[in-house]
Design a protein around this ligand. Structure first.
Ligand SMILES: *Cc1c(COP(=O)(O)O)cnc(C)c1O
Length: 377
């Protein structure tokens, strides 16, 4: 079966006892034993496993071409579990333009625990030479946030292997529909399922999928999932699975709209720069074209003439586009990142757009009007 067919049929259906064509939700906390104290199936207690989470984990494993997966209550819970699967005294090399929560977890939570992190401009291969010896895990993010930088995963995976390090990738922006890090040589891929995988802006969740090279780390990660217990509810697992079934059509619309908006912004007189890997002018375009398929994602960012104040005015003038953080939902969201980051190097005149699946002309009319109004003296 081709990917779009597989994805529609990815949930186990129909149910063999009822014929139901969508999965049932199993909210049960616990699972009853017979008189001999045997369990009828594989489930014992919801935190340890349950049918909906199992189903989500097996679909994610298949989508990523991995060996096993673990689902979590948020993307950050998944990130924390990955890093806690290492040991105190280990060193992580993390992309310097990583998701801000990743930096918080590594610096605020896990440095006191004994995990060292060096931050590196991983999108520049010449910076890999600065890495100290003995790195256990390289943590990349591509496309990255909010400048949409592209890291060459195949080349980085060769480098990691030569150094005896594992390579993990936060693939939230791309989803397995657009990019498959394990096929490119990575050992782990992480998703905030909060974003495109669930896709409707109505839950938080996370997941880690492991390839064959990460089986030792994954055994520890599974223990953290089960014993620390930051697990998704049965309902959230079910909703995420439902979202995944439309991943192909949603991503097609997100990518088409983002490409069109990026092109139009690039030739708008109020805009000084557009960051979108689908544009030939983007420095990572050639690598992105090689390692991504079906499109370049739904997130882009742009800078406006007139500095932070002009960016704030554009943001304020929008009527359709919602001023809200997050991405990957159906509606277009704008974020003036510099105003919410506590520390950071994000340009003050930069706006990030998570381009939704509305009619592209409506998105454009709103943006164009907001830009024109903001440019007026
Ligand atoms: C949102 C996000 C996360 C964290 O996910 P939560 O579900 O909010 O905890 C991690 N990485 C990236 C790239 C994200 O966009």
């Amino acid at each position: 079966m081709r990917p779009s067919t597989r994805i529609v049929h990815s949930h186990a259906a129909p149910d063999s006892t009822t014929g139901a064509t969508t999965p049932s939700i199993h909210p049960a906390t616990t699972f009853a034993r017979d008189a001999d104290y045997a369990l009828p199936g594989t489930h014992l207690y919801q935190r340890i496993s349950n049918p909906n989470r199992d189903q989500l984990e097996s679909v994610l494993t298949e989508l990523e071409g991995g060996v096993q997966a673990a689902a979590f209550a948020s993307g950050c819970a998944a990130l924390t579990a990955v890093f806690q699967s290492l040991s105190p005294g280990d060193t992580v090399a993390c992309a310097s333009d990583c998701y801000s929560g990743t930096r918080e977890i590594l610096v605020e939570l896990l440095r006191p625990w004994g995990l060292e992190t060096v931050f590196v401009d991983l999108w520049k291969p010449e910076s890999w030479r600065e890495l100290p010896d003995g790195i256990r895990l390289i943590w990349a993010e591509t496309p990255s946030n909010p400048l949409l930088r592209i890291t060459d995963l195949e080349r980085l995976s060769w480098f990691a292997r030569a150094r005896g390090a594992l390579l993990g990738v936060d693939g939230t922006f791309a989803t397995p529909w657009l990019q498959k890090p394990l096929d490119l040589g990575a050992d782990l891929v992480l998703h905030a399922t909060t974003k495109y995988l669930s896709g409707h802006g109505d839950l938080v969740g996370g997941a880690v999928v492991a390839g064959p090279g990460a089986s030792d780390l994954f055994a520890r990660l599974r223990k953290i999932q089960v014993h620390a217990g930051a697990v998704p509810s049965a309902f959230d697992s079910w909703l995420t699975l439902r979202g995944i079934r439309t991943l192909g059509v949603r991503l097609r619309a997100h990518c088409e709209n983002a490409m069109e908006i990026a092109r139009r912004l690039e030739s708008h007189s109020a805009v000084s720069a557009v960051h979108y890997p689908g544009l030939p002018s983007h420095p990572g375009h050639a690598i992105a074209s090689r390692q991504m398929r079906h499109g370049f994602g739904g997130v882009l960012s742009f800078q406006v003439h007139g500095g932070e104040e002009a960016a704030a005015r554009v943001c304020a003038n929008l009527e359709l586009v919602l001023r809200a953080t997050s991405l990957g939902s159906l509606e277009t969201l704008v974020e003036h990142r510099a105003r919410i980051e506590t520390s950071g190097t994000t340009p003050r005149d930069l706006l990030r757009l998570s381009v939704g699946i509305e009619d592209v002309e409506d998105i454009w009319e709103d943006l164009d009007k907001a830009l024109e109004q903001a440019a007026k003296p």
